[in-house]
Design a protein around this ligand. Structure first.
Ligand code: BGC
Length: 764
């Protein structure tokens, strides 16, 4: 039987309650492993066949036990599937999403996703709530930590790599095919692209806030990573909490049933997989102002949300809706009972199809054998360390780095011996004890234990500390007066030849429900830094954080500045490798570094205005009176290595070409140094004569190459006219992509600012 036949025959045998049960997605919660004594909501639901899937099981034994319960409670023996937030690693935590994006290394990103999938699959999990592909240009938004940064092309390539890594080659089983792939056995899981869509464009950077933006921006900036993830075969998608242009995403019929699900011929993506709500996202339609629970449920189901996560509103409201329909003329919404029944069938069909694709209808315990083994931990650790080194971005270096291994170093600051913060936000299965802290990493690498001081108090405002505590704060407090602590740090620094300041933010400073207005380091750390800088000793600053920060004070006074993000279990080891030259810095910013929080959103790709000449007419300044320079402090794509790389002049195979042809842009890159250089050659485009204002620059391709000392290599980019198309969309329904014939400018270089330009003319 094909998957379609299998699912249809099952659906035909199900009653209404069984179908609604499949749409109910619950959290495992505490104490539900075997559910012994007290029946909980979950065990009651399982006994009645009222659960389609569970997330957060935390162990193979728990997943198995729940699967047994579900099968016993299901007349037709329909299994559950199990999901988890595996955002940047499962037990082995890799660098944050934003950090991995800075590697610009798709092979590495794919490998980390594949490793995480193997760990997750060995715990009986079938679906991960990742990749998080929310493009964002706002450093205030806490969830910048999880995502791919500011650029749609980079984000799209990451979406592809992560879906491939999670799902492996076989998971996107064709509906017409006889049986599903060997998911469990092969250690792969279903990806879930999230959060659909524009969750990364909230007003003022406040988490969960709504996005009001042009349809053009939505189509060109926020939707492409979803399109790429779907193209790679992602089996599921999660809706976002926010509204887009006034309609909450859990009720956004035009974007879900339209853009996402409609066939390609109709202008959609033809997505036939599973759409899940976010945590209580259906329920939240009520406070969004879309009406009481029954109306909210009808709207969400109608919009195309198949499964209701945690809120149980589908479970409660759908039986009545299926019998009576809904008629809410004052809310402009009416659906007959028959239509609702058909929509329930449709959602249930998608849940069953998802299970079939995972191989669960053939074997509910697929991949859950007692003998299931996670991949070798040491392999994961080595990968985590490599990923941490590849994702840290070297922003300044006056030649002090790499350090000699015998150097007398003092490690000062709250992150000098930190473990817990290194995991970063959304590391639900990670353990702080798996992290080798920076002082130990340096000692192990160099054989010299660094002197160390100041290990606490990274939050200076007490009200903020109290808020962070709500999130289970990872920050240590030192009861001694600040002056005493700084004096001690300065004394330790004085005794060393080189000072390494390990500064940054706690993992709770970024993440869900953790937006911040300020993009400055905690003031107490800036005071510590000033005291260290005043010593006049060689000063290397390493910043650990989950979001971009303003680095003005640090960069002026540091001899080297390394942005290490929260690098996961191998984070500090990766940093030690970079500082002492055991690895080459190759990270490039996936997001612009702001000068001031109030500038947000910040992007290299903003549209030009009519008054773009800074300095010429001070009265018509395009920036801010109280900001000296409004260009990002460190631009998108920026990062240094230890070997200087030179670029020859770019050349086109032809400077005029018919739009049906391809043109090659070639550029010679040369490693002028004595160490290996890992260079990411970036290609941007601008369209100076268009029908609308186009971004000043737009990344259209990039290539990462490794160059030995002295090596030169010609890099070629194959360019087609299609790369210059842009959306025109007075309304979403009438959106189309167009391209202007004529002049295009191509900018090639090491980052979005430092480029050389050639002109190309398309003859249409
Ligand atoms: C988050 C999702 C996450 C879900 C389940 C929500 O609060 O927005 O990203 O997958 O919780 O944990």
């Amino acid at each position: 039987m094909t998957i379609i036949e299998r699912v249809e025959s099952l659906l035909g045998a199900m009653d209404l309650a069984e179908k609604i049960g499949q749409l109910n997605l619950l959290a495992a919660g505490e104490g539900l492993v075997t559910g012994a004594g007290q029946p909980t909501a979950l065990s009651d639901r399982l006994a009645n066949g009222g659960v389609g899937a569970i997330f957060g099981t935390k162990s193979l034994a728990s997943a198995r036990a729940l699967q047994e319960r579900a099968l016993a409670g299901s007349r037709l023996g329909i299994p559950l599937f199990f999901a988890e937030d595996v955002i940047h690693g499962h037990r082995t935590i890799f660098p944050l999403g934003i950090a991995m994006a800075c590697s610009w290394d798709m092979g590495l990103i794919r490998e980390t996703a594949a490793y995480a999938a193997a760990e997750a699959a060995a715990e009986g999990l079938h679906q991960v709530y990742a990749p998080m592909v929310d493009v964002t240009r706002d450093p205030r938004w806490g969830r910048v930590a999880e995502g791919p940064g500011e650029d749609p092309l980079l984000a799209s390539r990451i979406a592809t790599a992560m879906v491939q890594g999670f799902q492996g080659p076989g998971l996107g089983a064709m509906l017409g095919a006889g049986s599903a792939s060997g998911l469990g056995a092969s250690g792969h899981v279903a990806a879930c692209l999230k959060h659909f869509v524009a969750y990364g464009a909230p007003q003022s950077g406040r988490d969960y806030d709504n996005a009001s933006l042009s349809w053009e921006d939505l189509l060109e900036t926020y939707l492409p990573p979803f399109a790429a993830g779907l193209e790679a075969g992602a089996l599921s998608v999660m809706a976002a909490f926010n509204a887009v242009n006034k309609v909450p995403m859990h009720a956004h019929h035009p974007l879900i049933e339209g853009w996402l699900r409609a066939s390609r011929a109709e202008g959609g993506q033809g997505f036939d997989g599973l759409m899940v709500s976010d945590y209580t996202g259906v329920k939240e339609l009520t406070p969004h102002g879309l009406g009481p629970a029954q109306l909210a449920v009808a709207r969400a189901l109608h919009a195309g949300i198949d499964m209701d996560m945690v809120g149980e509103d589908y479970w409660r409201e759908l039986p009545a809706l299926a019998h009576h329909g809904i008629d809410a003329p004052d809310a402009g919404f009416s659906l007959g009972a028959e239509r609702i029944g058909a929509m329930i069938d449709c959602a249930c069909r998608r849940v069953l199809t998802f299970k079939a694709r995972l191989g669960l209808l053939d074997d509910p315990f697929r991949g859950m054998a007692e003998t299931a083994r996670p991949p070798a931990r040491d392999k994961g650790r080595a990968l985590a360390r490599k990923a941490a080194a590849a994702s840290a971005v070297l922003l300044e270096n006056n030649g002090i780095l790499p350090l000699a291994r015998g150097a007398r170093v003092a490690l000062i600051g709250p992150f000098a011996a930190d473990r817990a913060n290194m995991l970063g936000t959304w590391s639900v299965s990670g353990r702080a004890e798996d992290v080798v802290p920076l002082d130990q990493a340096v000692a192990a690498l160099t054989g010299v234990t660094p002197a160390r001081a100041w290990g606490a108090d990274i939050v200076d405002e007490s009200w903020l500390a109290a808020r962070l505590n709500v999130h289970g704060v990872t920050v240590d407090r030192d009861p001694r007066p600040e002056a005493e602590q700084i004096a001690e740090a300065v004394a330790v620094a004085r005794g060393a030849d080189i000072v390494i300041a390990a500064l940054g933010e706690a993992k709770e400073h970024a993440g869900e429900s953790s937006s911040r207005l300020s993009v400055d380091l905690p003031a107490v750390q800036l005071r510590l830094f000033a005291a260290l800088a005043a010593l006049g000793k060689p000063l290397v600053t390493v910043v650990f954080a989950g979001r971009p920060l303003s680095l003005a004070a640090l960069s002026k006074q540091s001899d080297a500045l390394l942005y290490a993000w929260h690098g996961g279990v191998g984070g500090p080891e990766g940093v030690a490798d970079l500082l002492f030259g055991a690895a080459e810095p190759s990270g490039r910013l996936a997001i612009s570094m702001p000068r001031h929080g109030a500038e947000a959103p910040v992007t290299y790709a903003s549209d030009p205005s009519g008054r773009p000449s800074p300095g010429r007419f001070a009265k018509f300044l395009t920036g801010w009176l109280d900001l000296e320079d409004d260009a990002p402090h460190f631009p998108f794509g920026f990062g240094l290595g230890y070997a200087p790389v030179g670029y020859g002049p770019p050349r086109l195979s032809r400077d005029t070409a018919p739009a049906s042809d391809r043109v090659t842009l070639s550029v010679m890159v040369v490693n002028h140094g004595t160490r290996t250089a890992i260079e990411t050659v970036q290609l941007y485009a601008s369209d100076p004569v268009a029908q609308v204002t186009r971004p000043a620059r737009k990344l259209i391709d990039f290539m990462q190459v490794s160059l030995s000392p002295g090596e030169s290599r010609e890099i070629g980019f194959s360019i087609s006219a299609a790369q210059f198309a842009y959306p025109v969309a007075p309304a979403l329904e009438t959106a189309c992509w167009q391209r202007d014939p004529g002049l295009i400018r191509l900018h090639v270089g090491a980052n979005s600012r430092d480029t050389q330009m050639v002109e190309l003319t398309w003859r249409d």
